[in-house]
Design a protein around this ligand. Structure first.
Ligand code: G6P
Length: 360
């Protein structure tokens, strides 16, 4: 067990560091002999026949699904809904005529997701499982599987599976978008390669993030991540990651919604971290962050190169904005890791949590 960890103190850090390599491996796995991205034609055809996609997942995989919805809708123009699996099965919304279900699950064993699959199978709807584990229950019981090939994820807090799930959905979306004639020339092969380099640059500079974790998160009892659009989805995942392993009560919030109530929680020194990777809303998010600063918040900005301003604490390299989540999430994973480490927690085995939850 410990041998696999090598020189790493915790699996989580090892798994964070593996992400650039996982991206490159995925690009190789989903490439045909002509160097083009490819996905099983049956999956593409089934998706093309469907009138609506339903993404079903739990925890971090649900957050990957939120990003996936944006990728699918922008590249394939197929309306997509994302649902928490424990809610969907028992409060099923009105379904479209030709639904296609995508289950996202690192383990492929989550009982909450499986109970939905049992129901959709009974209704005869086609389904795809995006998972890290070949032969897992969800993989076996759905029609199709796309593997993450991320290697075993041991740390309870999911990192490399989240980014691999998003990358697989990006590849799938582009292949379907091209079959539909919506995309003339694919760019994902190149763009995910750029993402891998950007991830590498961030993990190579982790000392800086360790310092920021000490400065911002060493004594606080609560914290906020804010963002809009894609950055909001990442804010949710960043908050979950920090909660899980540091035990700091953290909320991921839509930046514009904060003023409608939750800003009441901001006190002197409350850490508020803004994600700024989307041009159209960057100014608004910065404005929302200033509102919290005026009320005493200790603010931090994670921005994307090109949208950065002097004083931003973390600037990530520029990537295709559709893929920004893959990169902006990395500093948030590292902030969580160092915060948990400095608090003396068991980073890989946080209290009350299990890697795979097989009860509903
Ligand atoms: C557990 C884990 C989470 C994970 C969730 C869904 O609660 O602690 O990290 O995101 O299950 O797991 P799955 O294997 O379905 O992605």
């Amino acid at each position: 067990d410990d041998l696999e960890k090598g020189t790493y103190p915790y699996y989580m850090l090892k798994e964070i560091d593996e992400q650039p390599a996982v991206m490159r491996k995925l690009l190789l796995k989903y490439q045909d002999e002509n160097g083009k991205l490819t996905v099983d034609q049956e999956i593409v055809d089934t998706m093309l026949e469907s009138d609506r996609i339903y993404i079903i997942a739990a925890g971090t995989s649900y957050h990957a699904g939120l990003v996936g919805k944006q990728l699918i809708e922008s590249m394939t123009h197929i309306p997509t809904e994302v649902h928490v699996s424990s809610e969907f099965g028992y409060h099923t919304p009105l379904l479209s005529e030709k639904p296609f279900f995508i289950f996202i699950s690192q383990s492929g064993e989550t009982a909450d997701s499986r109970q939905v699959l049992v129901k959709t199978n009974a209704l005869g709807h086609p389904s795809l499982t995006v998972t890290n584990v070949a032969g897992s229950t969800l993989s076996r019981e759905s029609n199709f599987t796309l593997l993450l090939n991320a290697g075993p994820e041991i740390a309870v807090a999911s990192t490399k599976a989240y980014t691999a799930q998003i990358a697989v959905l990006a590849i799938l979306s582009e292949v379907v978008g091209m079959s539909k004639g919506l995309i003339k020339k694919g760019t994902m092969l190149h763009d995910i390669g750029i993402v891998a380099n950007a991830m590498q640059a961030i993990v190579d500079d982790k000392e800086k993030i360790e310092e920021l974790a000490s400065e911002y998160l060493s004594i606080s009892r609560n914290a906020f991540y804010i963002g809009r659009g894609m950055d909001y989805h990442v804010a949710l995942e960043a908050a979950l990651k920090l909660k899980e392993i540091s035990y700091i009560q953290t909320e991921g919030f839509a930046a514009g919604e904060l003023k409608h109530g939750t800003i009441a929680l901001i006190e002197e020194g409350t850490p508020v971290i803004a994600l700024v990777t989307e041009k159209g809303v960057a100014g608004h998010t910065r404005g929302n962050l200033q509102e919290t600063q005026a009320r005493g918040a200790h603010t931090m900005v994670i921005s994307m190169d090109g949208l950065n301003r002097p004083g931003d604490q973390i600037v990530i390299p520029h990537v295709n904005p559709l893929l920004s989540a893959l990169v902006s999430v990395i500093p948030t994973q590292l902030l969580s890791y160092y915060c948990s480490l400095h608090r003396g927690n068991d980073v890989d085995k946080p209290r009350n949590l299990a890697k795979s939850v097989t009860v509903e």
